[in-house]
Design a binder for this molecule. Structure first.
Ligand code: PRT
Ligand code: ZN
Length: 301
């Protein structure tokens, strides 16, 4: 069978093969319209309906693949992207960070043993800090004006103090349970992280430019839609101004007459921000009734 598209026309996207970012990354690409079939042991998922290949790799490989142009786009945590950018040095162009993707949220933070001598960064002069992120840790210590030794650690960093290898650690935290279970207190935040979309720093070849632009627009659309809600309600005409002010991030709502009612109208609006219960309660107070909040699946402006 002759392939429908030449290799040079196919967009390559790198995502984590198996880990915390995998399901969200694949779901995002599917919501962009890619029909992907993927087995757990496959290294490549080929889109059935577009010239797009999804490479499934370890997250640490993603910034390198995107920087060198082996992949056009990649999805990886900012923690990994930023650590590798610092390791690269100023003379090489890092991947472009196009946008944050609102999943994989965590923070790279300092942590100190409950019974240890150091309780904050200022106490670390002459002591040791274990981390899998030595460059980010070094930058943080530098900025704090502290001279400490960095002990590179590739896994289970939280064990380093107990093993007598360090007086503090710098590691990823989300719920904080791992730190607590290891008698560590969370300290300063070194980097706030979430998954990000990376792109190759070089201009893409003309054969892929259009498709890449389309994919980036669709990713923007999916992200916007996630935050957007469609609200429908009934309201007295006299309360319309107050109600419009309460609708978060909405522009010119649609007002429609209600059959058999002179005074009450239907209001439909697209809201660019989350609608909390408090907003609905405030709308009710202002005279609104029959309120419905609907998710928006796709958006294109
Ligand atoms: O095999 P591969 O190299 O691809 O995967 P990996 O083991 O390096 O990465 P993985 O899947 O563990 O994480 C991928 C990315 O998810 C990270 O680079 C972060 O951007 C993001 N992320 C979000 C996290 C966490 N939350 C997280 N909690 N990555 C790791 N953790 C670990 C942390 O290291 C610690 O051991 O979870 C533990 C702490 O969790 P809490 O909830 O107890 O605080
Ligand atoms: Zn990794």
């Amino acid at each position: 069978m002759t392939p429908k598209w030449k290799r040079s026309e196919r967009v390559q996207i790198a995502v984590q093969k198996s880990g915390r970012l995998t399901d969200h990354s694949i779901a995002l690409l599917k919501r962009c319209g890619l029909r992907l079939t993927r087995g757990t042991d496959q290294l490549l998922a080929v889109a059935e309906n577009m010239p797009v290949d999804v490479l499934l790799v370890r997250d640490d490989e993603i910034p390198g693949l995107v920087r060198e142009g082996a992949c056009d786009l990649g999805i990886v945590g900012l923690n990994v992207a930023e650590e590798q950018r610092l390791a690269l040095g100023p003379e090489k162009a890092p991947p472009k960070a196009l946008r944050n993707l609102d999943f994989g949220g965590c923070r790279l933070a300092m942590a100190y043993p409950k019974d240890g001598a150091a309780k904050a960064v200022a106490d670390l002069d002459g002591l040791r800090v274990a981390s899998s992120y030595p460059k980010l840790t070094a930058r943080f210590l530098d900025q704090a004006g502290v001279k400490a030794e960095i002990v590179p650690f590739s896994g289970a960093v939280e064990l380093a103090p107990r093993l007598g290898r360090a007086e503090a650690i710098c590691d990823l935290v989300s719920s904080g349970k791992t730190l607590a279970a290891n008698q560590l207190d969370e300290g300063e935040t070194v980097l706030k992280s979430q998954a990000a979309l990376l792109a190759c720093p070089a201009e893409p070849p003309a054969a892929r430019r259009e498709l890449l632009e389309l994919l980036k627009r669709r990713i923007d659309g999916v992200m916007q839609a996630r935050e957007t809600k469609y609200i429908m309600l009934h309201a007295p005409r006299g309360a319309l101004r107050a109600i419009a002010e309460l609708l978060p991030g909405s522009e010119s709502p649609t007002i429609m007459a209600l059959e058999g009612s002179e005074d009450r109208v239907a209001v439909h609006a697209v809201c660019r921000e989350s609608i909390f219960w408090e907003t609905l309660e405030a709308l009710k107070e202002a005279g609104a009734s029959s309120m419905l909040v609907l998710p928006v699946e796709k958006m294109l402006e």
